[in-house]
Design a protein. Structure first.
Length: 183
């Protein structure tokens, strides 16, 4: 009987040791899984940061190229009629179109302005003129987005309404308030 008690005691000790080892294994497994998840998150964050740095660098480079595109567009607008069809002018236009296509392939898009409702996120008003109130009448400099982020707003002239409409509104307001036209 002493021998069976001893065996029972040994079994109980071994079961306790096994239970403790299983707890350690579960703890190590949970820690390993947490570390693995942290590493995956780190890799994703690092990739996102790398992408943002590349996009920022590309955005800065493209922003520096925009004045060159503006200069080429102004040059094309002022080419004398006798030179407009020359092979040299056509070659420069091809180079301009290739540059523009390359920038567009990288994510550059023009901001539509003329005829659009004035939007402070896309447009910068440089002047107001008589015209439909709040509508962009003219674009003085093209604006651009790079991958949906505005890198240069359009410089625009915005309509401030018609002068006659304003005068008639003022007259109606004065007549409602009992003021005379002598003011």
């Amino acid at each position: 009987m002493a021998e069976s008690d001893e065996i029972a005691e040994d079994v109980e000790t071994l079961e306790q040791a096994l239970f403790e080892e299983k707890e350690k294994v579960e703890k190590y497994l949970a820690n390993w899984q947490r570390c693995q998840a942290d590493f995956v998150n780190y890799k994703q964050r690092a990739e996102q940061e790398k992408k943002e740095i590349i996009d920022f660098a590309n955005s800065a480079l493209i922003s520096n190229l925009l004045p060159i595109m503006d200069d080429l567009e102004r040059a094309f607008a002022s080419v004398p009629a006798e030179l407009d069809e020359s092979s040299w002018t056509e070659g420069i236009k091809l180079i301009y179109n290739k540059l523009k296509a390359t920038l567009e392939a990288q994510g550059l898009t023009e901001i539509k302005a003329k005829g659009e409702l004035f939007d402070t996120h896309l447009h910068e008003a440089v002047m107001q003129q008589e015209g439909e109130d709040g509508i962009v009448i003219e674009e003085t400099q093209k604006g651009y987005k790079f991958k949906e982020k505005v890198i240069r707003p359009s410089l625009v002239i915005v309509g401030k309404g018609k002068e006659k409409e304003k005068q008639s509104k003022q007259l109606r307001r004065r007549s409602r308030n009992g003021e005379s036209d002598r003011n």
